[in-house]
Design a binder for this molecule. Structure first.
Ligand code: HEC
Length: 695
């Protein structure tokens, strides 16, 4: 008796004697017995992002203050959720630089820089961000942008092993957080926008040896099976494809979400869009194109297929189903159901039986022109006939900008509600003419048209822009309806944390961190943070005190439309900030004053050149710099004369690659760069009246 009591007491004190990051199956399976820890991306394997901690609660959240902060040395989006294990906060910034901090005061214990070549920034649509790291038995795992999976010693930050997870010949990248499930590190990748074939791999956490791999779309049938876990279902998937998709990769990359049910021994994988996006070019003649935009359940030990559910058959809208997957047990019609929930880009909220893959319910959470409803009998969407891509532009919502993207979603078992940032963003959509589709390796190859019918485009986009909205949505997954919302002036707020203290924590597009009551959305506290925490906030307890921590740093999709507001948007530098009750005396340095910009230079180029620039801009730059050059990571309507003078060096030679802007000399000529610049000058003149030119 006494021995057993001692053993469990030791376990509860956090296994300090085992050294740092001593995370194992025992601790993860009993994570609620150590509510002060945050040992995996979303705290628990079910990815609920719910903390049982109650010291900070709806009665005292107004006493929160900044305890400490650390500069992250970037102006790029910082998307990571830190981990907290036994007194140490582990964090990852852009280009996968990992730092371990003493959680009490932010003292740096070690930093590890995997030295990712800055050219890789070109292959990450939304900046060289990382969404997180994983921990297991004394090691921290990094999924580096360039495809390395790296294990470092949690005590010293020294590299233990490193494996290359994809062939660097192809434009893959890793931005998602690795997860460790009972000793196996699961990691995906992105790149469907550029032309790759998606897959997920599991590696032995101890040795770095590959355990299994699952391809998410079929490869070249003439090459035969891959010799991987997915072989058993690739023939079934291939039946749903046409044409020569493998030449473009096919896509379906699993670039963000995973979840794990240790009882069912299943790993859930969310897959992405097609490559190229427009199905007409990828799989002429149609077909469901399995497993694009699906959830696939595989055996955790072998990677063998268990079931799949495809949200978006015939994917052609750049919809991804890589959005957070949350597992919970819900009371539905008098039965307890083991479910999986997801709110993907297409605007529907799905509740699925996670044992079988059966669709339980699905309702749209935003205005939806894509599908009228999901047929519960067949599990298939009833797609609006007007939503299929044509050469003629039409106004669409939701779009690839996403009704909800990777931004962490939380579920509170206490309120029974799911919380996530939702948005209504309308875009003009069309595909290019057949003769204009050209697959260019290492460039975004959507097949979308960015020019043509210019008058109509302009008109439609103006309507779309005027309807843009963003809000924190509290959704009842059982009733499949909105419980409440917190409105924001535009899209772009961050991920959500829910706690047993009846609070929600979210970084807002107003450049604040806000705390709301979890049951009704009433605002309890808000602090100016100079920039947005798009990342998910987390919470932990150390030496009897509860803290809230979040990474701040604007960037990543959606980065559009922010100039629609009355003020030009400026963001502070990336920072990790840590808050607690009663903290005083720490404040952020003031923002430098805005520098006025002179008006754009006169437009000297002819209309043909501007139009050429518009097309090249759409194909090559819009993913990062915004459709129609609005908003974006860096708004190119607003450039200093110095930047304009260096335009070609920046765009072709990559002189700003360290900041995330790699050069394009391999696919653009000087003349192309000049045409793009001309288009940007034209856009600046068009919007000159509407915007104050400050940066
Ligand atoms: C993968 C994302 C990405 C793509 C694609 C991209 N850029 Fe950039 N670009 C960036 C980032 C990040 C910065 C900010 C660098 C900094 O902070 O100085 C930037 C900065 C710039 C700047 C400097 C702007 C200023 O005011 O300082 C110019 C000019 C520019 N980009 C042009 C282009 C053009 C033209 C294209 C298309 C040919 C393009 N970029 C494509 C990410 C991208």
């Amino acid at each position: 008796m006494i021995a057993a009591g001692l053993a469990s007491a030791l376990m509860l004190t956090g296994c300090a004697d085992k050294g740092p990051a001593a995370v194992d199956s025992q601790r993860m399976r009993n994570a609620d017995a150590e509510p002060g820890q945050w040992m995996s991306y979303s705290r628990t394997w079910d990815e609920q992002r719910f903390s049982p901690l109650t010291q900070i609660n709806d009665g005292n959240a107004h006493e929160l203050g900044l305890a400490w902060y650390a500069d992250l040395n970037t102006y790029r989006g910082v998307q990571a959720t830190p981990l907290f294990i036994d007194g140490v906060l582990y964090n990852v910034s852009v280009f996968n630089v990992v730092t371990a901090y003493d959680a009490r005061d932010g003292k740096v214990l070690w930093t590890y820089d995997p030295k990712v070549a800055s050219e890789w920034a070109r292959l990450a649509c939304c900046g060289p961000s990382s969404r997180g790291i994983a921990a297991w038995k004394g090691k921290i795992y990094i999924g580096a942008l360039d495809g390395r999976l790296i294990a470092v010693d949690a005590k010293t930050g020294e590299e233990v092993w490193s494996v290359q997870t994809f062939d660097r010949k192809y434009p893959y990248s890793i931005t998602g957080a690795p997860r460790v499930y009972d000793g196996k590190v699961v990691i995906g990748n992105g790149g469907a926008d550029y032309g790759v074939r998606g897959f997920v791999s599991a590696y032995d956490a101890e040795t770095g040896e590959k355990v299994w791999r699952f391809y998410t779309v079929p490869g070249d049938p003439s090459k035969g099976p891959d010799g991987e876990a997915s072989d058993s279902v690739m023939p079934m998937a291939a039946e749903t494809w046409n044409g020569e998709w493998w030449k473009y990769g096919g896509g379906g990359t699993a670039w963000d979400s995973f979840a794990y049910d240790p009882e069912l021994n299943l790993v859930y994988i969310g897959t992405g869009n097609g490559s190229p996006t427009v199905q007409h070019f990828r799989s002429p003649g149609g077909g469901d194109n399995l497993f694009l935009c699906s959830i696939i359940a595989v055996d955790a030990d072998t990677g063998e297929y268990a079931w799949h559910y495809q949200m978006v058959p015939e994917e052609q809208w750049d919809f991804t189903c890589t959005q957070p997957i949350v597992l919970a047990d819900l009371e539905i019609e008098g039965r307890t159901r083991q479910v999986l929930m997801q709110a993907p880009k297409n605007g529907f909220f799905y509740v699925i039986d996670r044992k079988t893959g059966e669709l339980i319910s699905a309702e749209t959470y935003v205005p939806n022109l894509w599908a009228s409803h999901i047929d519960l009998e067949t599990g298939r969407p009833v797609v609006n006939p007007d939503a299929y891509l044509t050469e003629k532009p039409f106004l669409m919502t939701p779009t690839w900008l996403a009704a909800h993207s990777w931004h962490p979603m939380a579920y509170s078992p206490l309120t029974g509600l799911v919380y996530f940032p939702a948005q209504e963003q309308w875009l003009v959509m069309a595909r290019v003419k057949d003769e204009d589709f050209k697959f260019v390796p290492h460039r975004s190859n959507s097949g979308f048209a960015f020019t043509g019918h210019d008058e109509l485009r302009r008109e439609l986009q103006e309507i779309g822009n005027s309807r843009e909205k963003g809000y924190l949505l509290a959704w009842d997954p059982v009733k499949q309806q909105e419980a409440f919302r917190v409105d924001y002036p535009y899209p772009g707020s961050g991920g959500v944390l829910a706690t047993a203290g009846n609070i929600l924590v979210q970084g807002t597009i107003n450049k604040t961190l806000a705390v709301y009551r979890a049951d009704d959305g009433q605002k309890l506290w808000e602090m100016d943070t100079q920039t947005v925490a798009i990342a998910g906030p987390m919470t932990f307890e150390h030496e009897g005190e509860q803290y809230i921590a979040a990474n701040f740093g604007w960037g990543g999709s959606p980065v559009h439309g922010l100039t629609a507001g009355p003020e030009p948007v400026r963001f502070g530098p990336g920072r990790l900030m840590v808050f607690k009750l009663g903290a005083k005396g720490v404040s952020l340095p003031p923002m430098p004053p805005p520098s006025a910009l002179p008006p754009p230079p006169p437009l000297r180029a002819g209309e043909d050149v501007v139009r050429k620039g518009q097309k090249l801009y759409g194909e090559t730059c819009s993913r990062c710099h915004g459709e129609e050059a609005r908003g974006g990571l860096k708004d190119l309507r607003f450039m200093t004369p110095e930047t304009r003078a260096q335009f070609k060096e920046i765009v072709l030679d990559g002189i700003r690659k360290e900041q995330g802007m790699a050069g394009f000399a391999d696919i653009l000529t000087e003349e192309d760069a000049e045409a793009i610049h001309a288009y940007l000058i034209a856009r600046a003149h068009e919007d000159w009246q509407d915007a104050t030119f400050t940066q």
